[in-house]
Design a protein around this ligand. Structure first.
Ligand SMILES: [Fe+2]
Ligand SMILES: [Fe+2]
Length: 271
C-alpha cells in the first residue's frame, strides 16, 4: 500500500453546524476558503516540476501529492459553498476569492518554477506544523466538518516531505527556499485572516452567542502553551538543518491514516 494514498472521502456536512461554528471557528472557515485557490496553484507547480524530475521515488510522491491535494480542495469547496449560502452578505467573499485566484494565476504565469516550489514548501512546512499540533492536542468530536479537517491534516502529515524533496531535487539552496517560503506563509495567511475577518464581521449579531464564554485561567494557560508549541514547530522549519523526513510524528497518526483509508469510498495510486 502506498503511504500517501489518494482517498476519495464522503463527509456529511451539516449546514446548521457550519452556521453555529462561525463565531468560534472563523479562522478555520477562513482557511477552508483559501484552499480551492491555493491547492490548485500547488498542483500546477508540481505538474510543471514533473516535466523535469528524474528520480522515480520523487516522481511517484509528487503524483500522490497532486492526487491528495486535488481531493482536499474539492471537499473544502463543498464546505465553502454551504458557508456562502448561509447569509446573503457572504456573497461578498467572492471578491477576496477573485483577488487570491488572480495572485496565484500571476505566480504561475510570471514567476519561476523555483519560486513556485519554494512557495509550496513554505506552505507545506506551515500546514504540517499545524497538523502535528492538532495531532498532539486532538479535538473531541467526529462531525462531518471535524472529520473533514482531521482527514486533511492527516494527509498533510503523510505528504510532508514531497515539496521539500522536489525543491531540493531540482534546485536546492537554503536561503532562497527560506525567504520565498516565508513570503509564501505571509501571503497565504494574510488571505486566511482576510476571509476570517469578513466571515466574522458579516455574521448577523442575532446569530452570535448571547453570552461571551468566560475562559478560566487554566484554559488560557493551555491556549498559551498550545500557541507557543505551534510557534516553536514553525520556527524549527526555518533552521538550515530542517528536514521534514526527520520530524517526530505522534503515534496516533498511523492509526488515523488507517482509519481514513478504511472509511474512503475509493483509494487510488496515481499512474
Ligand atoms: Fe491539502
Ligand atoms: Fe499539502
Amino acid at each position: 500500500m502506498n503511504d500517501m494514498p489518494v482517498r476519495v472521502m464522503q463527509f456529511d456536512l451539516d449546514p446548521e453546524e457550519i452556521k453555529r461554528s462561525i463565531p468560534t471557528f472563523a479562522h478555520g472557515l477562513g482557511l477552508s476558503m483559501t484552499l480551492p485557490y491555493l491547492e490548485p496553484y500547488l498542483i500546477r507547480s508540481m505538474r510543471v516540476a514533473l516535466e523535469f524530475a528524474t528520480d522515480e521515488k520523487i516522481i511517484q510522491d509528487v503524483k500522490q501529492f497532486i492526487g491528495q491535494e486535488g481531493q482536499h480542495f474539492r471537499q473544502h469547496q463543498k464546505l465553502n459553498d454551504i458557508l456562502r449560502e448561509t447569509y446573503p452578505a457572504y456573497a461578498g467573499l467572492q471578491e477576496i476569492e477573485d483577488d487570491m485566484e488572480a495572485d496565484y494565476q500571476r505566480f504561475t504565469k510570471t514567476m519561476s518554477l523555483r519560486f513556485n516550489l519554494a512557495y509550496a514548501e513554505g506552505f507545506e512546512a506551515a500546514t504540517c506544523s499545524l497538523a502535528r499540533q492538532a495531532l498532539e492536542n486532538p479535538e473531541p468530536g467526529d462531525t462531518g466538518m471535524q472529520r473533514l479537517f482531521k482527514w486533511h491534516g492527516t494527509e498533510e502529515v503523510e505528504h510532508r516531505t514531497v515539496t521539500f524533496d522536489i525543491y531540493h531535487h531540482l534546485y536546492g539552496g537554503y536561503f532562497y527556499r527560506l525567504f520565498v517560503g516565508m513570503f509564501g506563509q505571509y501571503h497565504f495567511f494574510k488571505y486566511v485572516f482576510r476571509f476570517a475577518n469578513y466571515i466574522s464581521k458579516h455574521c448577523p449579531d442575532s446569530d452570535k452567542p448571547k453570552t461571551l464564554e468566560v475562559k478560566t485561567r487554566g484554559q488560557k494557560d493551555l491556549e498559551r502553551k498550545a500557541l507557543l508549541s505551534l510557534l516553536g514547530k514553525v520556527l524549527k522549519t526555518y533552521s538550515p538543518f530542517y528536514n521534514p523526513a526527520k520530524l517526530e510524528i505522534p503515534e496516533m497518526h498511523a492509526s488515523m491514516s488507517t482509519q481514513y483509508s478504511n472509511e474512503a469510498i475509493d483509494t487510488r495510486v496515481m499512474e
